[in-house]
Design a protein around this ligand. Structure first.
Ligand code: PRX
Length: 645
């Protein structure tokens, strides 16, 4: 049915693993048939508790309610730091590699613990209480992890905003979460370029009256504007408090963080995660999916502004007492050998990245890889978008010298942790397939009517039971949680992804089936880009879809209808692209802008993006049913004028 190349497990050649195929089958069955026993055992094994829980799980899944380890008390920072001090206080917790190859530092667990305690005290001193929201807008520097952990230590809720977001996008997120304090740096450095983070914060805060304080890290020591009374230097604030700060005993269901992500409609959603379930799932997946053994060095290239950076840059590794590497820069700076030089320099054992980065590196050929040893590597991971088999094979053969299993991990901001993935040593690898569900995860494929498809087939990917790191709410808008994920197919969590299942029962994620784009592994909503475009006086209407892009996975294709008085021109195209970059961030910039006399709409006025997607993807043979269109002739005009690429 499908053209599959199978890599006979890794198990045959990979003796390292904690879990082999039989263990996976047995534990998976137990996780489904006796979830209470299974999860209680894991929660005791992976986490330290201040107080035991009363019930492992309860809640009405169909209503989006999930409560895990109710009654239990614990602290995430305690689990990531304090409990390791006796055994591994002097072990490196974070290796930091700067944008500039000459810069790197290391922080031991003891040093990280001290900095987190001081920052937690400084936050309290600045009036941050349990439950308050703190915005973190930082480069990839160890202070970013400190900031997250300091919030967790006192029960404040962090909202990390990716440093690539523009001031307006930052402002919207600060307002939505009603943050009281912002932690930022003077500048960030990426590929030798300076990005004025503090200046962006200053602009964003013009409209955020509730933010009383800004903590500023002196990173590049660039000159910045200073607002006395509001702005405080991070190093001074930490110097003024003491290094003792008890970890707050928090309820298992207390919120840990908010992370904004794009949906198919409206403004970005503040995905809310809670304490115990999230930490358990990230700790456990980190151990088993990456088969992490003590003393190894793990490098996740994702920015902490995205969920991958939260779960596998910070929480999963530190909960396991691992050494995690944070890299400030971009993979191709100064050149395409950089990631492998970093691997050699710091003896990285496990490397986790996104297909878009692999494609960018692949384009430069094998020579930059071959210049390095990579002998320390033993496992490779992929995340964020479907990995095309060519990129998989390159990763496996060229980067991993055909000796390191590749784990293709499917999950989402909303799932908190890896949901579908091979386990090295237990699963047969297939390039392009995320293969099998993790423990407790029950994926199903649904047809258009919402019926489960049995056996091999293709459909919409949904999940039919709660898992510990399940999204708890959309911050400030619980109804949106229900409308987005639980109402489309009653009884199921709807992922927004399409998938196939092959004869072996392995899953192949095919990509989003809604109006969410995935550009270079960054999630972006059509509606967000459209809202930015219509801000321009010349624009009457805009519709945005994704199209296949060799490097980015998907590129942004915008159909724009101009006001009668406006004239299309190259200059206007540039202006519109710049507008999107300045409203959202450079990564959202449309690659292609097509002038459209009219857009395909239903009689009730709804834009049919399905048709636009086909036009943008050059799939003109099968445009589907056009009979519901108010004016089918607009489609012919759009096809005729479609942009070549
Ligand atoms: O479409 C899927 C894709 O990324 C989406 C989730 O994006 P985000 O919330 O930003 O989280 C990204 C990192 C977890 C999914 O709905 N996606 C993620 N991983 C994969 C993937 N698509 C295919 N294969 C994957 N391994």
């Amino acid at each position: 049915m499908f053209d599959i190349r199978v890599h006979p497990v890794a198990a045959a050649t990979y003796q390292h693993a904690f879990l082999h195929a039989d263990d996976y089958r047995r534990l998976y069955r137990q996780s489904i048939e006796q979830p209470e026993i299974f999860w209680a055992e894991q929660a005791r094994r992976f986490l330290d508790w201040f107080k035991p829980w009363r019930s492992v799980h309860h809640g009405d899944f169909a209503q989006g309610q999930a409560s895990w380890f109710k009654g239990g008390q614990l602290n995430v920072a305690y689990n990531c730091l304090d409990r390791h001090l006796a055994q591994r206080g002097e072990q490196t917790a974070i290796i930091w590699e700067g944008d500039d190859p000459a810069q790197s530092t290391r922080l031991t667990y003891r040093q990280l613990h001290e900095q987190v305690c001081r920052l937690a005290n400084a936050l309290k001193h600045l009036g941050v209480n349990k439950g308050d929201r703190v915005c973190i807008y930082l480069p990839m520097i160890p202070e970013a992890a400190c900031a997250m952990l300091a919030c967790a230590r006192i029960g404040a809720v962090h909202s990390v905003v990716f440093g690539g977001f523009a001031p307006d996008a930052l402002r919207d997120r600060i307002l939505d979460a009603d943050c009281r304090l912002v932690i930022t740096a003077d500048e960030s450095l990426r590929g030798g370029k300076h990005i004025a983070l503090k200046a962006n914060v200053d602009r964003a805060l013009q409209d955020c009256p509730n933010v009383a304080s800004v903590l500023v890290i002196a990173h590049t020591h660039a000159g910045i504007d200073w607002f006395a009374g509001r702005d405080h230097w991070y190093h001074e604030a930490l110097g003024q408090v003491d290094a003792d700060c008890a970890a707050e005993a928090l309820d298992a269901e207390d919120p840990l963080f908010i992370l904004y992500t794009s949906g198919s409609t409206g403004k970005p959603k503040g995905v809310l995660h809670s304490t115990a379930g999230y930490l358990l799932a990230t700790a456990m997946t980190f151990r088993y999916v990456f088969d992490y053994h003590d003393g190894e060095v793990f490098w996740c290239t994702a920015d902490i502004g995205w969920v991958t950076g939260h779960s596998y840059g910070v929480y999963g590794p530190l909960a396991n007492g691992a050494t995690t590497l944070m890299y400030e820069g971009v993979p191709t700076y100064p050149d395409a050998a950089r990631p492998w030089q970093v691997v050699d320099k710091h003896q990285v054992n496990i490397f986790y990245t996104a297909p878009t980065a692999l494609r960018a590196l692949m384009r430069e050929g094998e020579a930059p890889v071959q210049r390095t040893s990579r002998a320390s590597l033993r496992l490779l991971g992929s995340v964020g978008e479907p990995i095309n088999p060519e990129a998989w094979e390159w990763y496996y053969h060229v980067v991993g010298d055909s000796r390191c299993p590749v784990v293709d991990t499917w999950w989402q901001t909303e799932t908190g942790a890896i949901m579908i993935s091979p386990l090295p040593g237990a699963t047969t690898l297939k390039p392009g397939s995320a293969t099998r569900p993790f423990f407790g995860v029950q994926p199903v494929l649904l047809d258009e009517q919402g019926h489960e498809i049995e056996g091999p087939g293709a459909g919409m990917l949904a999940l039919k039971a709660s898992w510990p790191s399940q999204i708890r709410s959309v911050y400030g808008d619980h109804q949106r949680l229900l409308d987005t994920y639980f109402k489309p197919y009653p009884g199921y969590y709807f992922t927004g992804d399409g998938a196939r299942r092959d004869e072996d029962g392995d899953y192949w994620i095919t990509g989003r089936v809604d109006d969410v784009l995935n550009v270079s592994g960054h999630r972006l909503g059509s509606a967000e880009v459209e809202s930015a475009l219509v801000l321009h006086d010349a624009v009457a209407e805009a519709a945005v879809v994704g199209y296949p892009h060799d490097l980015k996975g998907q590129g942004v294709y915008a159909f724009v209808t101009l006001m009668n008085a406006a004239q299309p021109s190259e200059a206007l195209r540039q202006e519109l692209a710049d507008l999107v970059a300045s409203e959202i961030g450079g990564f959202a910039r449309p690659e292609l802008i097509q002038w459209a006399a009219g857009l395909p709409k239903t009689r009730s006025g709804k834009i049919m993006r399905r048709i636009l997607r086909k036009i943008a993807c050059n799939e003109l043979d099968n445009l589907g049913d056009l009979s519901t269109l108010a004016d089918p002739s607009v489609v012919d005009a759009l096809i005729e004028q479609r942009l070549q690429r």
